[in-house]
Design a protein around this ligand. Structure first.
Ligand SMILES: Nc1ncnc2c1ncn2[C@@H]1O[C@H](COP(=O)(O)OP(=O)(O)OP(=O)(O)O)[C@@H](O)[C@H]1O
Ligand SMILES: [Mg+2]
Length: 252
């Protein structure tokens, strides 16, 4: 396997008394696309939210085990969550641009992290919009409200906003489920290009999408990881019957 960006070791998570993740052990390879699949409620979103500590916001959520990134445990007390989220960005199911201009959406993160010069911001905005395959559609209208863009454009804007702070990892939680097939194809192409520079984890309910975009796939069931491996192997020769049943649509 390639170099490892994130390593989860015996990760457990509880919401109150309900255990949502059980002893999750898996390694996320650097600059590859890792898909997480599994039926609704199996813990996919919970797991990727652990990676940038989005679960911190949830009351009564408790985590044990280790989640290693850059030689540290993400859940160590002295980890600075703002810096962590700069390095590990996230794109959600529903596009959630800020109610401000296209330009300001992308410049938001860099400004927050102290970039002030207009030239530097212009450069970052252009590079990020190009990387998100949106530049050609918005380069003439940077001052227009982001809320006036189509859903697919909004999602690519959210991707540009995430890339603008130069993360190492981008987490996608069902990024296409609110989009039409053409916008979905654009995002899939984009994800394919992004893995040159970023480590990507994508949660998806769409088996074809997982097979198309990912290098590695993890199958989750009831909070446990059932199987993890190269996508080709998981889809063509899964070790476990439950993986095969899920992939072939026999349940889930
Ligand atoms: N904020 C929360 N508080 C309490 N329980 C939660 C919370 N979020 C999720 N859960 C529970 O944790 C379990 C895993 O949920 P999670 O959202 O991670 O599943 P998922 O695999 O992403 O599902 P889906 O495919 O429907 O998005 C479920 O039983 C869910 O009800
Ligand atoms: Mg989910």
């Amino acid at each position: 396997m390639s170099e490892i960006e994130i390593e989860s070791k015996d990760l457990n998570l509880w919401y109150g008394t309900a255990q949502a993740l059980k002893e999750i052990t898996m390694a996320v390879p650097t600059k590859k696309v890792t898909a997480i699949i599994g039926p609704s409620g199996c813990g996919k979103s919970t797991f990727i939210r652990c990676i940038n500590r989005m679960n911190d916001l949830i009351k009564d959520c408790r985590v044990t085990g280790e989640l290693l990134f850059e030689g540290m445990n993400i859940y160590d007390r002295d980890v600075d969550v703002v810096t962590l989220r700069k390095k590990i960005g996230m794109v959600f199911q529903k596009p959630n641009p800020f109610p401000m201009s296209i330009y300001d959406n992308v410049a938001y993160g860099p400004r927050l992290h102290g970039v002030k010069e207009r030239e530097e911001l212009d450069r970052i905005v252009e590079v990020s919009l190009k990387a998100a395959a949106l530049w050609d559609e918005v380069s003439e209208i940077p001052d227009r409200s982001a809320l006036g863009l189509s859903g697919g454009q909004q999602q690519r804007l959210c991707i540009a906003r995430t890339l603008a702070v130069e993360p190492n990892v981008v987490l996608f939680d069902e990024p296409c489920s609110a989009l039409d097939p053409i916008s979905t194809a654009k995002i899939e192409d984009l994800i394919n290009n992004l893995k040159r520079d970023y480590t990507i984890v994508i949660v998806t309910h769409n088996m074809q999408q997982a097979a198309r975009v990912s290098d590695y796939t993890a199958f989750f069931l009831l909070g446990e990881i059932i199987e993890f491996g190269k996508t080709k192997q998981i889809f063509e020769m899964p070790d476990k019957k439950s993986t095969e049943d899920y992939i072939t649509g026999r349940f889930g």
